[in-house]
Design a protein around this ligand. Structure first.
Ligand code: SF4
Ligand code: SF4
Length: 142
């Protein structure tokens, strides 16, 4: 039987080119604390009774929210802005994970890392994704 030459196998090159997340955490760390919260995020967290998330949001006492809003995650006790998202977890000495991945903000769901997925292709930096969301948001009071 002819042995499979793994090194020259065409799928190896395809696999090497396949974009993937290395879980370096740079996207969340570079993003800092600010993010665009959509009404859908807010409603979902209310419906899911995610007080563990809402407690980090300065607006969390608000009953309804019908427009995108820029916020900074804030310490629930001191109300001071945090340096970066409180849900970024280091899972081993080199890998990070999102502790609320199942219900993370829309902005995080829509983001595609330009390092892993290619600038100008699928990649979309977190900050420009945020800026686009802010621009698209309806302006209050007009
Ligand atoms: S999306 Fe990109 S920056 Fe974020 S953890 Fe993955 S590889 Fe790192
Ligand atoms: S919610 Fe999750 S994906 Fe979004 S910034 Fe925080 S850790 Fe990163």
């Amino acid at each position: 039987m002819k042995s499979l030459d793994i090194e020259s196998h065409p799928m190896k090159a395809v696999a090497a080119r396949k974009p993937r997340c290395s879980r370096c955490g740079a996207c969340c760390l570079k993003q800092g604390s600010g993010f665009t919260m959509t009404p859908a995020d807010f409603k979902r967290w209310k419906d899911e009774r995610r007080e563990d998330i809402l407690r980090y949001i300065p607006l969390h006492h608000t009953e309804t929210l019908d427009h995108d809003v820029w916020i900074d995650w804030a310490d629930p006790d001191t109300h001071e802005s945090l340096a970066y998202c409180p849900f970024l977890q280091m899972v081993d000495h080199r890998a990070y994970a999102c502790a609320i991945n199942e219900t993370k903000p829309d902005i995080c769901r829509g983001f595609w890392c330009e390092w892993a997925y290619g600038a100008g292709r699928r990649g979309k930096p977190f900050r420009s994704a945020n800026r686009q969301a802010v621009k698209a948001a309806p302006v209050r009071g007009t």
